[in-house]
Design a protein around this ligand. Structure first.
Ligand code: FDA
Length: 452
């Protein structure tokens, strides 16, 4: 077992840990990053599957994600816009298909008015709640005791309006059923993206991609750290006192003044902390869990939907694939669709054989774009729930009542141990932007508190 010493040891080579490591290194501290996998990037992963380059984890960048945009620019990476010319498609409760442009789904005038009213109402609440301390809002406890589904039921009897508004947070963001998390958690999700209106606007939230894939961000960040990134080193144990810690992985141990645990909170309990973490931490971590979503790529010889005047953007809370987009790569003549299957729909599909699952998903896509979807040249399902060092997607959220009960403690360091990941970010929560912001803030915490 190799033993080395550093000022700071970082557990996890995702966007968050690597950002913190670079900031600390730039400030003159010595660092080492221990990564369990044999690659960097965590939930960012670009893979070549049957000759197609697919971003099987996070990929989109939106204009409010300033920390991510700055990082992309600093690293000299190029971006390109998602294809969005032409009509989007919506499938309503009785299976009828309608083309539309803009953000508002083509629903009846009454439902549209209800959706507009709800969006304005939620935007107002979200502006008050904010992304930083939602638990401090005077109504935080009340909103944390009612599910997102119940809260929407209290606001309107229009089922289609409710289903559509629920989708933007439930299936599309937290990837949990709308009865499994609180209204307060939903407001935090929207606040972290600037407003609920931003989440409704696919052109805003899914704006740009990085040429070569978003994993280039952690790959470049790791390249700058050179030999101080150690792959294939799952951290098993952290022994700590107020003066520092020893972090033990499978093949090495590192002593340092500070530790940054930059892994999603559902994995904290895989590390043996000695002494055990304080009561509130041990409790809190049991209330944070990842959602479940299957990200599906289907590649075709050509983007045939474009010829039919379609943008590739499709939505329906009533379809297996609740949202889908044109995900064709930069400078690639082939056409790629990406679709998402969330929470209980994903549960059911995972009980099927791979062939039957593929058939159901492609059939759902055919409802949006026609029978040509049934025969892709490449087909791939990302299943992050089977990834030992992630266990779900996209990120963690609290169960009912957890956010106002524990949220104030989620960033508290424990002795020399600091926490950094997108799952506990404010702006950019659940997103790469939040991972980078937490990485920066955690580095600043350590630099502010340094006794090195
Ligand atoms: P992340 O999980 O990436 O990194 C943690 C690292 O710690 C991993 O490398 C892991 O292997 C390692 N690790 C865990 N336990 C360890 C241990 N004990 N010892 C050592 N290492 C350990 N975001 C976005 O902005 N735009 C998007 O379009 C999407 N879309 C999207 C799709 C899908 C399918 C997923 C899964 C996710 C997204 N996201 C996204 C979310 C985004 O990818 C995510 O929020 C960030 O990449 C998280 O970065 P972190 O560094 O916080 O954690």
């Amino acid at each position: 077992m190799t033993h080395i010493e550093r000022d700071v040891v970082i557990v996890g080579a995702g966007a968050s840990g690597l950002t913190a490591a670079n900031k600390l290194r730039d400030a003159g501290l010595s660092v080492a990053v221990l990564e369990a996998r044999d690659r960097v990037g965590g939930r960012l992963w670009t893979r070549e599957i049957d000759g197609a380059l697919l971003e099987i984890g996070g990929q989109w960048v939106s204009p409010d994600q300033h920390a991510l945009i700055e990082t992309v620019e600093e690293l000299g990476l190029e971006t390109y816009s998602r294809y969005r010319e032409g009509d989007s498609v919506y499938i309503g409760p009785s299976g009828e298909l309608t083309h539309f442009t803009g953000e508002m789904f083509p629903v009846s005038a009454e439902t549209e008015a209800e959706m507009e009213r709800l969006i304005t109402l939620i935007d107002g609440i979200v502006a008050e709640v904010g992304p930083h301390r939602p638990w401090e809002h005077p109504r935080a406890a009340e909103w944390d005791q009612v599910t997102w589904a119940e809260w929407l039921e209290q606001q309107t009897d229009d089922v289609e309006a409710r289903d559509n508004i629920a989708l933007f947070i439930a299936e599309a963001m937290l990837t949990k059923p709308s009865y499994a998390f609180s209204a307060l958690q939903a407001f935090l999700m929207a606040a972290s993206a600037g407003s609920f209106s931003n989440l409704v606007d696919a052109d805003f939230i899914l704006d740009k991609r990085v040429v070569g894939g978003l994993q280039r961000v952690p790959i470049e960040l790791a390249r700058r750290l050179g030999d101080d990134v150690f792959l294939g080193q799952p951290v098993r144990r952290i022994d700590y006192t107020d003066a520092g810690a020893t972090v033990t992985a499978d093949g090495m141990s590192i002593s340092a003044k500070h530790v940054i645990v930059a892994v999603p909170p559902n994995l904290y309990s895989r590390i043996d902390f000695q002494p055990p973490l304080p009561r509130v931490q041990q409790q809190m971590h049991q209330h944070l869990s990842l959602g479940l979503v299957i990200k599906v790529h289907a590649v075709y010889e050509t983007p045939f939907w474009r010829e039919a005047g379609l943008s590739g953007t499709a939505f329906s809370p009533y379809e297996i694939a609740h949202e889908a987009y044109d995900n064709s790569n930069y400078d690639d003549p082939r056409g790629t669709l990406v679709a998402f299957v969330s929470d209980v729909k994903a549960d059911r599909l995972f009980t099927l054989s791979p062939e039957d699952r593929q058939k159901e998903i492609l059939t759902s896509l055919s409802h949006y774009y026609g029978p040509e979807t049934l025969n892709p040249v490449v087909y791939f399902e990302s299943d992050w729930a089977v990834e030992e060092w992630t266990r779900g997607a996209y990120a963690a959220s609290y169960d009912m009542g957890g956010l106002h009960r524990y949220g104030a403690h989620q960033l508290e360091p424990v002795g020399p141990i600091h926490w950094s990941c997108s799952d506990i970010a404010a702006e950019g929560y659940q997103h790469v932007d939040g991972a980078i912001r937490r990485g920066r803030d955690t580095a600043a915490e350590i630099l502010g508190a340094r006794s090195l």
